[in-house]
Design a protein around this ligand. Sequence first.
Ligand SMILES: C[S@@+](CC[C@H](N)C(=O)[O-])C[C@H]1O[C@@H](n2cnc3c(N)ncnc32)[C@H](O)[C@@H]1O
Length: 257
Amino acid sequence: MKEFWENQAKQFKGGMSAVNFDLMEEELEHSLLMGLLRDNTDICDVGCGNGRLILHFAEKLPGARFFGMDFSENMVASAREEAARRKIGNAEFAVADATAPGAFAFGARRKFDTVISKRLLINTKGRGKYTAADNILEILKPGGRYLMIECFIEPLQRVNDIRNTLGLPAITVKEFNEYLTEGFVSDLAGKFTLERKVDFESLYYFISRVFNAGLSSGQPKYDAPINKLAVKLALAGVAPIEGLGPETLHIWAPKSV
Ligand SMILES: C[S@@+](CC[C@H](N)C(=O)[O-])C[C@H]1O[C@@H](n2cnc3c(N)ncnc32)[C@H](O)[C@@H]1O
């Protein structure tokens, strides 16, 4: 699996295709985060890939200090290269495996106001998810927040049931991915308090994976007009349906001991 991400970084460098083919989804993610990240704070992105999120926000929030970690050397190299090319001085990157116990105990023992994981946990399996969550808890400042933007299996199953009624094939999860379950959310509640859950992509996912897929002959295009319309509505705060978007934001506060 690590090899897959090393190759993605080698092939696509700083491009979005290294980490996600769905440009519309990234637009929704960035808009969601824009309302949550603050200038002059310490922000960490675990499983940062080629640094797209950090580099985007480092320019928008010049007073914030960003730190990205990824277990792929090529991803980190690509993030550093891009930061240097764009002369971004408030972003650092390091190689670290989120599933290794104590992996984030870097020299200065840095702590963060906000820690983000965006489609990182879905790349970990079994206990690895819990170790990653423990590592994240370790690097949060008191009063900090963990923004967990991860994919869940239950909404995907609901979308696949709908696709099935139209004769569309099921959307499958890559063999090295393991989507989260509602059970994992209950388990995290032992160490974190769930402040808010934001179902931000149901409208877009339903339109793109059911309507656009149903109307398309051949491979549906991510930037199809109907998908753009769905994103426009979602960005305007229109959310007429829920429970049909695998990617969900959970905002967690560390439990004080
Ligand atoms: C789907 S990509 C998402 C990248 C980025 N968070 C984004 O949303 O654009 C998953 C990333 O997680 C990284 N990754 C997977 N397992 C990891 C682990 N155990 N520790 C650190 N990074 C990991 C991969 O190298 C890859 O860059």
